[in-house]
Design a protein around this ligand. Structure first.
Ligand SMILES: Cc1cc2nc3c(=O)[nH]c(=O)nc-3n(C[C@H](O)[C@H](O)[C@H](O)COP(=O)(O)OP(=O)(O)OC[C@H]3O[C@@H](n4cnc5c(N)ncnc54)[C@H](O)[C@@H]3O)c2cc1C
Length: 305
């Protein structure tokens, strides 16, 4: 990003919403990668739209993230503007009678899940341990423990590529396994409305505790990762194929296939983004050689690899 471009950003947005030359490790759960030229924390839809317009007008690249919990940024970094939709856009309102919660896209899923529990609303228990934002979760159709975002989201407020803001019902969001229409349309999630069911708070709490316990028992929570690195192959979990191929513990530089959960690639000891990328490529190759199955990454990549 040129100095003049950074100046334009500074002129348009308050200092506390902008930071420059930020290490990607601060903005991704893999905790690695090069520098991001500029990170912007928008405060609302107008900010997002203005930032996109500025980037488009000036011709520098931009990318939207939530908490970077499914994102690998290359060691060369990202030379554009990262529009990080996070806590600044996290307002939540509960309508207990209707059993609905409306939340800004930057809200963290675990907090949303806890708010639902505290109001005796069931449906978001599965999300209590997914460390992403509501926007990222809608984009990815995040899911766990038999639940998926598509089961509970009623509609999403989306900033479309043409600058219009539309409310898309679930049927228009094109949900599939770990995908939504947004990866094709380029639409950005601003907010989402969830439809939940009234239930006993203690039952909800118990389910959340069970899910969290299971996660701790089966997943390497102590090492930086992006959760499952690959998508399920049809009905077969990628972890099962990776395990059966004997790849647990396989390393490349500081990156490793977790011994605890073969689906997780972890930053074991100061892994570079290139280490993680190369290890994912090796895992993909070995699984293809062994089972003839092409694993597809669940992790999203930003920058040059
Ligand atoms: C320890 C761990 C456990 C995990 N467990 C699970 C799990 O059980 N199930 C699961 O599904 N995932 C899991 N994940 C992965 C991750 O948390 C989810 O994919 C989450 O939905 C990503 O949200 P995010 O805000 O971090 O998105 P990011 O990683 O910031 O972005 C992911 C993608 O979403 C896009 N995006 C982000 N925000 C928006 C927005 N507002 N509008 C449009 N596009 C947007 C980005 O451009 C990017 O392409 C796990 C990750 C970790 C680290």
């Amino acid at each position: 990003m040129k100095r003049t471009e950074a100046e334009i950003l500074r002129r348009n947005f308050p200092a506390e919403t902008l930071s420059f030359n930020e290490p990607a490790s601060k903005h991704t759960s893999f905790k690695t990668g090069g520098n991001i030229a500029a990170v912007f924390l928008p405060r609302g839809a107008e900010d997002i739209k203005a930032a996109v317009d500025i980037a488009e007008d000036c011709g520098f690249p931009w990318y939207v993230s939530g908490y970077g919990s499914n994102l690998l940024i290359s060691d060369a970094g990202f030379g554009g503007l990262l529009i990080k939709i996070a806590q600044n856009i996290g307002n939540m309102t509960v309508n207990e009678n209707k059993g609905e919660i409306v939340t800004g896209a930057g809200q963290a899923l675990p907090r949303l899940s806890r708010l639902a529990r505290d109001n005796g609303l069931s449906g978001l228990e599965f999300a209590c341990g997914i460390p992403g934002s509501v926007g990222g979760a809608v984009f990815m159709n995040a899911g766990a423990c038999g639940g998926e975002i598509k089961d509970v989201v009623l509609e999403a407020r989306v900033l479309q590529k043409d600058g219009k803001i539309e409310v898309l019902r679930t049927s228009a969001l094109g949900f599939g396994y770990r995908r939504s229409i947004l990866s094709e349309s380029g639409g950005l999630v601003l907010a989402a409305r969830f439809a939940l069911k009234k239930a006993d708070k203690d039952d909800i709490s118990r389910r959340m505790e069970d899910f969290s316990k299971k996660r701790e028992e089966t997943q390497p929570m102590d090492k930086p990762s992006a959760g499952s690195a690959f998508k399920r192959a049809g009905d077969t979990p990628a972890a099962m194929l990776i395990d059966k191929a004997g790849l647990k513990g396989l390393r490349f530089g500081g990156a490793a296939v977790s011994e605890k959960h073969a689906g997780f690639i972890v930053n074991d000891s100061n892994a570079s983004a290139a280490d993680i990328y190369a290890l994912m490529a090796e895992v993909k190759k070995r699984v293809a050689d062994r089972f003839g199955v092409e694993l597809e990454p669940e992790v999203r990549f930003l920058g040059k690899f």
